[in-house]
Design a protein around this ligand. Structure first.
Ligand code: HEM
Length: 112
């Protein structure tokens, strides 16, 4: 359990730190990051599914994918100039929670 928590805190910390730096760059960088996560994620999924996974894996992955769609949608909406600052701050708070849960679910997938 300690190993799992340490892994989640390490990955989440890296995501928050590096992600923040990327975020400050441009909407294009954000869009490229989202595309890269989907492409590499699909490849990861093909590798794992090829080796056979328990039914819990499908359930956890489905939950992760729904939260990833939330993150992707908000990343694109928040980058739009027409989005008000108040709305952007509210949306990004929600995405921070989804992001942490995605990392925790991803680390759990690895244990299955
Ligand atoms: C916001 C987007 C995403 C984040 C933050 C994220 C995060 C992560 C992290 C941190 C891991 C490694 C977990 C570990 O080794 O402990 C991981 C693994 C993985 N991710 Fe993602 N991911 C994202 C999007 C996606 C998408 C879109 C897909 C599929 C379409 C995907 C599929 C996978 C798979 C299959 C693994 C390997 C899990 C295993 O070991 O079986 N991810 N992800």
């Amino acid at each position: 359990m300690l190993e799992y928590c340490s892994r989640v805190i390490h990955i989440a910390g890296a995501v928050a730190l590096i992600g923040g730096l990327f975020r400050a760059q441009s909407a294009l960088v954000t869009a490229l990051a989202v595309a890269g996560m989907f492409a590499s994620g699909l490849y990861n999924l093909m590798l794992r599914m090829g080796a056979g996974v328990p039914k819990e894996y499908h359930m956890l992955f489905g939950l992760k994918f729904l939260l990833v769609l939330h993150i992707a949608a908000v990343s694109i909406l928040a980058a739009k100039a027409s989005t008000s600052e108040e709305k952007r701050t509210r949306m990004l708070k929600g995405v921070m929670i989804s992001g942490f849960v995605v990392v925790a679910l991803s680390a759990a997938l690895r244990t299955l």
